[in-house]
Design a protein around this ligand. Structure first.
Ligand SMILES: [Zn+2]
Length: 466
């Protein structure tokens, strides 16, 4: 019996060690990868530990190049201390792999050290645009985190990175690669070719759930980028989070992204509601990853991103940026998509459903019948105040309008006004439901409905993808 237990454990230990060479590169803390390349591996995923974000530095005869600034000024100062434990050379450059706070917000400390801050223009723009909102979010979410960050001055980059740019630090060359939008719109990889080391920022997380939720993320190019990194001559990769690894971790990351994408695609086709998908999709192998709360967040982000491509509803709408796709599913024959815009004082919804029905004409009564059915099966009570024809894609189409409120049994509060249009286009019946709720402000609610109808008027059939 004993022997059976011993063998699997031994094999397990062998497998774990095969990728990490002889030196101890695990961290946490300062890890010497070569005589001139160092990584600062974060202790853990908590805010005081910098949310798990790694950084590093390269030491040349003439100066030091730092990769990523860490999350807070305190953590950035720790990194400066670590640099000073190794060299007195001036800190000449700070390169940001991307704009996320855990990698960029310590920037002011390096600015004070006289470093030139380098980033992709997209990273600079995003740091400027999103940082105030992030800070506001932390203020509401976590007093402790806010306390650590409240005196932060966001240091924007002074210099744009171009792909292939080389920096000579004196006896050591650093190459900056921009391989296109992946984890964010402005990613950058820092390579020390002489030592076969790459700092890849958020492109790779090792033992942590990666973050797939950035609005600038590009999953197709992310996969391509991981493949390109795999094709490079690299021995040590410093991931954005987690331990230093070899190229094998690139494949694991690729599998993670591809698994979530294919699971989401499957659930979208089967019209599994987004929230159900968010609580049920798993990525085999990621069970022990840190920051497990990122997984449902990732599923929501990927799900929303993939909906339109999967359902092939055959239509388009001109949606203002505050309207986000929040759910959807089905196929070209039968499906739905739901967009919403909500703030403290108002919420608006646009729901488009379609059904393949070649040659079927829509009648005025169909709209009223549809609303009746919706009341029977759904969570709303609705009054029909009238019917008319509204402009949808340049054609007048049957619509009804009225007011709605949640059924008592739903346990949700809220009421507002609605418009519902039904039309036959391109061999399908489309239903376009518009809901507005501006609390007690009836004038605002009416204005919102006019806005919603204007968006509905942009509805158009798109050419079929071949
Ligand atoms: Zn990131």
């Amino acid at each position: 019996m004993k022997r059976q237990l011993v063998f699997p454990l031994m094999f397990g230990a062998l497998l774990v060690c095969s990728g990490c060479g002889n030196r101890n590169l695990d961290g946490p803390g300062l890890v010497k990868i070569s005589s001139r390349v160092y990584a600062m591996i974060a202790k853990g995923p908590t805010a005081p530990d910098g949310l798990g974000a790694n950084s590093g530095f390269v030491v040349g005869r003439d100066g030091v190049l730092v990769i990523d600034a860490r999350y807070t000024p305190a953590l950035a100062n720790d990194l400066v201390g670590a640099i000073r434990s190794v060299t007195n050379a001036p800190i000449k450059y700070l390169v940001l792999t991307h704009y996320h706070p855990d990698h960029a917000w310590g920037g002011m400390v390096f600015k004070e050290q006289g470093a030139v801050i380098m980033a992709r223009p997209e990273a600079r723009a995003a740091l400027k645009q999103y940082s105030p909102a992030y800070l506001e979010y932390y203020k509401e979410r976590s007093k402790d985190t806010y306390e650590m960050l409240k005196d932060i001055r966001i240091a924007l980059s002074d210099s744009e990175i171009a792909d292939g740019e080389e920096i000579d630090l004196g006896g050591v060359k650093v190459v900056l690669r921009c391989l296109g939008p992946a984890h964010t719109a402005g990613d950058c990889v820092v390579i020390v070719p002489g030592d076969k080391v790459a700092f890849v920022g958020g492109l790779l997380s090792n033992g942590y759930h990666p973050n797939l939720g950035d609005p600038g993320a590009d999953f197709d190019n992310w996969i391509r980028t991981l493949d390109r990194l795999d094709g490079m001559s690299l021995e040590h990769i410093v991931p954005g989070q987690g331990k230093i690894c070899g190229r094998e971790a690139l494949e694991t990351e690729k599998n993670y992204i591809e698994t979530i994408r294919s699971q989401c695609e499957q659930d979208i086709r089967q019209m599994v509601p987004l929230e159900k998908a968010a609580s049920s999709i798993v990525v085999p192998g990621s069970e022990s990853y840190l920051q497990p709360n990122i997984l449902p967040f990732n599923v929501r982000a990927v799900y929303r991103r993939e909906i339109m491509g999967v359902v092939q509803g055959g239509f388009a709408l001109d949606l203002p940026p505050e309207f986000q796709i929040v759910d959807g599913g089905g196929s070209a024959e039968l499906g739905f998509t739901l967009w919403a815009s909500s703030s403290k004082n108002e919420s608006m919804e646009i729901d488009v459903q379609w059904k393949s029905a070649p040659g079927v004409e829509v009648l005025a009564q169909d709209v009223v019948d549809m609303v009746k059915h919706y009341v029977e099966v759904g969570k709303y009570e609705m009054t029909v105040d009238g019917s008319n024809r509204i402009d949808v894609g340049g054609e007048k189409t049957f619509a009804s309008y009225g007011s709605w409120k949640y059924k008592k049994s739903s346990g949700i509060g809220g009421e507002g006004i609605w418009t519902w249009a039904l039309l036959s286009r391109g061999g399908k019946i489309y239903s376009i439901r518009l809901f507005a709720d501006a609390g007690l402000d009836a004038a605002k609610e009416k204005a919102d409905m006019i806005r919603l109808r204007k968006i509905a008027s942009t509805f158009r059939i798109t050419p079929r993808a071949s």
